[in-house]
Design a protein around this ligand. Sequence first.
Ligand SMILES: Cc1cc2nc3c(=O)[nH]c(=O)nc-3n(C[C@H](O)[C@H](O)[C@H](O)COP(=O)(O)OP(=O)(O)OC[C@H]3O[C@@H](n4cnc5c(N)ncnc54)[C@H](O)[C@@H]3O)c2cc1C
Length: 389
Amino acid sequence: MQKTADVIIIGGGIHGASLAFHLAQRGLKALVLEKKFLTSGATGRSSGLVRMHYDLEPESRLAWASFQYFRNWKEMVGGDCGFTRTGFLYFTHPEYVESLRANVAMHQRIGIPSLLVEAADVKRLAPAFATDDFEFAAYEPESGYADPSASTNTFIEIARQRGAQLLQDCTVTDILVSAGRVSGVKTTQGDFSAPLVINAAGAWAAGVARLVGLDIPVDTWRHDTMFIKRPAGMAPSHPTAIDDANSMYFRPESGGLTLVGLEDQNPLGESPEGYTDRSQPGFVERAIERICRRIPLMEQGSLQSSHGGYDGITPDQRAILGPAGPDGFYLVCGFSGTGFKIAPAVGACLAEWILDGKPTTVDVTPFALARFESGEKLVGEHAYKDIWH
Ligand SMILES: Cc1cc2nc3c(=O)[nH]c(=O)nc-3n(C[C@H](O)[C@H](O)[C@H](O)COP(=O)(O)OP(=O)(O)OC[C@H]3O[C@@H](n4cnc5c(N)ncnc54)[C@H](O)[C@@H]3O)c2cc1C
């Protein structure tokens, strides 16, 4: 077996691609191994929301550092990530208004354009939205959504121009470890060697970790989304929103469409090989009922399509990042249904961790696997309830 790469990355989603890009920037040649095709996992199904509103400061910092990429993709990466600025609104339950206030203050301290607005302001921003069930919302005027497939493809394209390789239709079946250190992988296309192996396998990450004897608390999480055609009477677009009061999020899409996802009834523990070409029974009815609560005019809209996807989820619904298990093995997984928008900065941080011994773009050491070993969970200082419930 010949030395084939500086680093082997298992998984061709946004995180494998971002890391390959950032390693290439630092002169390391990654080999990305993908069992199906690029973006065939969660990334290809992602709703692509790009916002900075989290209740955990390191996550907001990751989203803010990543936002610089989305906004300046051509200069920072190359090509186009399809970023569309729509503005972003966060509606929370009335009992979390003080947390909302504190979290907006935390975002402002970091430098994120975020402000607390009143219901009347929301009405001006989005005349079609019902605004009678809340007093305050958080507003991020610069946020919106991006195209996860285009983002992944451009990361990989530029990485390949700088020496990275991508092998698709290539399943990693074993990870080779000798003297406590990873040395390569076995795959359906032969064996490859490298001194560093990265688990960026999304909903499959627990199985990949088991190949080195590591148990990680990453379960599978299924999530459905729906596209609805907006009625003619609505304005051409509307802000993106997370609407905790209705356990829902939504954003506009081109062609007069609105994408809707729900925070509840996302099944855990299913095989990630489950069907994704359609949503689960009952999802569309629930999603229509919720979106019509927030945007009553949508009663005159029409269903366009719906589908599902799988991501890996952890007990605190936050990612697992950094070295774990044998020397040279790294985890970049457990993104818990919110990992797209932070991928650019996560890739930068992991490249720093690998090459410099510590992440500096953002201190992501709190996301290490060790937190679960000591029974800790990452919780925001002014926490809302878990987004997925
Ligand atoms: C429906 C849906 C909507 C979402 N909406 C948003 C959103 O609006 N905003 C946001 O920030 N996040 C969102 N997310 C979450 C986000 O999309 C994910 O966190 C992110 O895409 C995960 O990227 P990844 O690269 O870690 O995993 P994936 O994209 O799943 O990539 C992992 C890859 O690993 C491959 N693989 C697995 N095992 C092996 C193996 N043994 N050998 C080789 N390859 C292997 C898989 O085929 C897969 O392609 C959403 C997720 C879903 C499912």
